[in-house]
Design a protein around this ligand. Structure first.
Ligand code: SF4
Length: 381
């Protein structure tokens, strides 16, 4: 058994553990564990510095999870885009391929908790269906392996899936969506890197949320993946009490760059059942972006996105840099809030009504399903 597997065996992994290790009331621990399984491996547990700290909040269940009764279990409506059990096919040329229900740490904010940790919903027996679906859809050129965490699979199983994908000629790139470099970096072994190398281009999307997660162990894991030829991107989730502070996010993103991890997304928290206590106002995300852009290398600035409820996909948000127009001049502000004027190129035809703007979007293939309601204040006209 490898070290990471040995560590997993010693995880906090049951209601009984919650009672014994963290003093939970037995009935409450059982309810929380039933709502979403608890698993915290010893490595991630060791990062906790005090009760209620940003690491604790991400992994220890909270009674507030049970109060959130009305929210959806599938806020992104992934099931509607799921042609077979293991595939979500939402965007034209890429699919999400769910290959295991297991993770080395179950994040309390997980968006896919309706399935994650439940082998009846994500299971290796559905993998062949997924491979068959991808093979039958030549438009799919990008496959994101996810779950759960695909690196919970054995090396043997992972290699089999990667080899299966590489036999499909139209699959150009493979992405591994894995939290392992952050939560159990010991999983990144020399043998694993040797396997990944055989199937390039393989990108890694990982998931650090707080600078305390950027440890020497995590640094080593990311270096090994980078040395194995994997570009690594990070997807952080904005969460109250964890990273809803511009200075924390600045430190996190600087540390990630040092670990050769390129910040990719900051997600506004989804409307997933049991996660309402993590949500922050959108204003907080915009303030964080304002603190990053210009204040640190552009390489450390991710996209801040809302994954649109109901399945609209990721929509980027930016602080307001365009302040307005003065005739043909565009009035801009920079990161220090200094004002600048940029003389725009004169348009051949001025498009100035909402109807004309909608017509132009339609002509470009992006017609809104519904007209923009009259009472909505349009910004950035
Ligand atoms: S690692 Fe990913 S899939 Fe697993 S619990 Fe965390 S967010 Fe959910």
């Amino acid at each position: 058994m490898e070290l990471w597997q040995e560590m997993l065996r010693h995880s906090v992994d049951s209601a009984k553990d919650l009672v014994q290790r963290f003093g939970f009331d037995k009935e409450q621990a059982e309810k929380l564990n039933k709502f979403f399984h608890t698993r915290i491996n010893p490595y991630y547990l060791s990062l906790i510095r005090y009760p209620g700290d940003p690491i604790w909040l991400q992994c220890i269940p909270d009674a507030k999870e049970l109060e959130d009764k009305d929210a959806s279990e599938d806020p992104l409506n992934e099931e509607a885009d799921s042609p077979v059990q293991s595939i979500t096919h939402r965007y034209p040329d890429r699919v999400l391929f769910l290959v295991t229900s297991q993770c080395s740490m179950y994040c309390r904010f997980c968006t896919r908790k309706r399935k994650v940790s439940d082998p009846s919903k994500i299971n290796t027996r559905y993998i062949q269906d997924g491979l068959d679906y991808i093979a039958a859809h030549p438009e799919v050129r990008d496959v994101v392996l996810s779950g759960g965490d695909p690196l919970m699979l054995t090396d043997f199983m992972l290699e089999k899936i990667l080899a299966g994908l590489r036999e499909i000629p139209h699959v150009e790139i493979i992405r591994l969506g894995t939290k392992m470099p952050c939560v159990l970096p010991q999983r990144i072994t020399t043998k694993l890197c040797r396997i990944i190398r055989k199937f390039h281009p393989v990108y890694v999307n990982t998931h650090f949320n707080h600078p305390w997660e950027c440890t020497p162990e995590a640094d080593k894991a990311c270096s090994m993946l980078a040395d194995a030829g994997c570009p690594i991107g990070n997807q952080a989730v904005l969460m109250k009490g964890v990273n809803d502070d511009p200075d924390v996010m600045l430190e996190l993103h600087r540390k990630l760059l040092k670990m050769r991890v390129r910040p990719y997304y900051i997600y506004q928290a989804d409307l997933t059942k049991g996660t309402n206590h993590f949500r922050t106002p959108v204003r907080v995300g915009l303030e964080i972006m304002d603190k990053l852009r210009g204040h640190t290398s552009g390489l450390a600035v991710p996209y801040y996105v809302i994954d649109a409820p109901g399945g609209g996909g990721k929509i980027p948000l930016l602080p307001q840099y365009v302040l307005g127009r003065n005739g043909n001049d565009i009035i801009l502000r920079n990161f220090k809030y200094d004002i600048y004027t940029y003389p725009d190129v004169e348009e051949e035809k001025v498009v100035d009504t909402e109807m004309e703007r909608q017509f132009r979007r339609k002509r470009n293939g992006h017609a809104p399903k519904e007209p923009v309601p009259q009472e909505v204040e349009l910004v950035g006209k």
